[in-house]
Design a protein. Structure first.
Length: 114
């Protein structure tokens, strides 16, 4: 089994920055993807950015140029530095580990407001 936990959410003013951290543990082997999703009330989770165990990164249009993902030498973490945050970035951010199964973390709230 795999466990996933997120941290680093909080409140920030528009234009500010936050760094989210995701840590996966347990039976991690082979090819897999770590990804950040976000969800606002009444909507489905939406992909923000991801990285594979081969270090291939992907960003959606909403993240390009403002968000940067990175991992560490263990390749079991996924940090996301979010710059120039906007009110529309307000959401619960979830980390997901995917191999043959999907494991979600409990999420972390990000609020961007004055």
């Amino acid at each position: 089994q795999v466990q996933v936990v997120e941290s680093g959410g909080g409140w920030v003013q528009p234009g500010g920055s936050l760094r989210l951290h995701c840590a996966a543990s347990g039976s991690i082997r082979g090819f897999y993807t770590l990804a950040w999703f976000r969800q606002t009330p009444g909507n489905d989770k939406q992909l923000v950015a991801s990285i594979t165990s081969l270090n291939t990164t992907y960003y959606t249009n909403s993240a390009k140029g403002r968000f940067t993902v990175s991992t560490d030498s263990t390749k079991t973490t996924l940090d996301m530095l979010m710059n120039n945050l906007k009110p529309e970035d307000t959401a619960i951010y979830y980390c997901k580990h995917s191999d043959s199964r999907a494991t979600w973390g409990p999420g972390t709230q990000v609020t961007v407001s004055t």
